[in-house]
Design a protein around this ligand. Structure first.
Ligand code: CO
Length: 213
């Protein structure tokens, strides 16, 4: 059986199993999605967002990219955020990184990986910002810490965005969180960064104008 036929076969099995457990599952989902969460995670195949938090289809809106970064010129991520906040009215945005992230490891090196270097340079900026903390660590500890710092910086980037600040200004109870997942043990750790109002963001990033961007 060709490889892709195998995947389509598994899909039919999955759908049949779902219906056996819950006959209304697909008809209910087809009506609408009402997720409370937006997940921004790494594209890494070992970090399947919905599965590792035990949620079902329909319960979490998901955006994944290399290194789980929030870049203010990335129309894809910005559009996902705006739609999730304004239309789906999610209550929580979770940035979830993971230990052993290949993007972080690549950003720590001086090797060129091609076009993706343009993406990874945003992580290199974080290395420079936290150089004093990172330099004394051995290589393993440095990689682990940078995986954590990258999440923390991306949560702050969310807070600097117009979409998030507009939601806060409108009284929408939107909270931003930073997590990190251990591929070796399957456990998520809360990095204890929780943003829920403008005052937690440096004032230079407060967006006071009327632009929709
Ligand atoms: Co990764």
């Amino acid at each position: 059986m060709p490889v892709l036929d195998e995947l389509l076969y598994r899909n039919k099995q999955w759908a049949a199993n779902r219906l056996r457990q819950d006959p209304d599952f697909f008809s209910r989902l087809s009506a609408q999605q009402t997720p409370d969460y937006l997940w921004i995670g790494c594209s890494d195949s070992r970090v399947p967002a919905t599965e590792i938090v035990g949620l079902d289809p329909g319960e979490m809106f998901v955006h994944r990219n290399i290194g789980n970064v929030v870049i203010h010129t990335d129309f894809n991520c910005l559009s996902v955020m705006q739609f999730a906040i304004d239309v789906l009215r999610v209550k929580h945005i979770i940035v979830c990184g993971h230990y052993g992230c290949g993007a972080i490891r690549a950003a720590m090196s001086q090797l060129s990986y091609g076009f993706v270097d343009n993406w990874l340079r945003h992580i290199k900026e974080i290395i420079v910002k936290y150089e004093a903390e990172l330099v004394p660590l051995d290589e393993d500890a440095r990689l682990r810490r940078l995986c954590e710092l990258n999440v923390i910086e991306q949560v702050k980037n969310l807070g600097k965005s117009k979409a998030v600040q507009r939601a806060w200004d409108a009284g929408h109870p939107l909270q931003l969180h930073g997590w990190i997942y251990g591929i070796a043990d399957g456990i998520i750790h809360d990095l204890d960064i929780h943003l829920h109002n403008r005052e937690q963001i440096p004032s230079i990033f407060h967006m006071l104008g009327k632009s929709d961007a």
